[in-house]
Design a protein around this ligand. Sequence first.
Ligand SMILES: [Zn+2]
Length: 159
Amino acid sequence: MIQRIIVSKAAKDALVYETGKFKYAETGGILCGHYKSDAIIITSASGPGPNALHSIDQFIMDKDWMYTFIDREYEISKGLNIYVGEWHTHPETTPRPSIVDAKSIYERTLEWEYGDIVFIIIGFIDFSEIKIKDQIVAVCYEKESDSICEIPIQFQEDQ
Ligand SMILES: [Zn+2]
């Protein structure tokens, strides 16, 4: 079971940049990285793609763009970095996974054969880079307990 999520500086910068771009509508993207003992190391975070749909309470990713991003990350890292999850924003300062989020992460985890996956949710009201650490939450579906668990996040630059 995954005990922590480690976010690289490049991934954090991408999350901050992308969240700021869609301040008043939900946005999100893909998380790529790899597994290391009890952690998921997130090395990159994509944007939503040009054909994504954004509204105040919903975000639908651009699927073609998402697959292109995953393939490119895999190639650049010579097969090290793969899809490890997704991220999106919520119109709340203290983000919590919705029922829909809980259902999606449950389904994706059962589908995904390479390891656990993580959903990162970022609250975007009053968003600024300084506050990302208070407005971000990471959740995984834990098979053993059949529940959605919050996982601690570490930012790589803090280590
Ligand atoms: Zn959500």
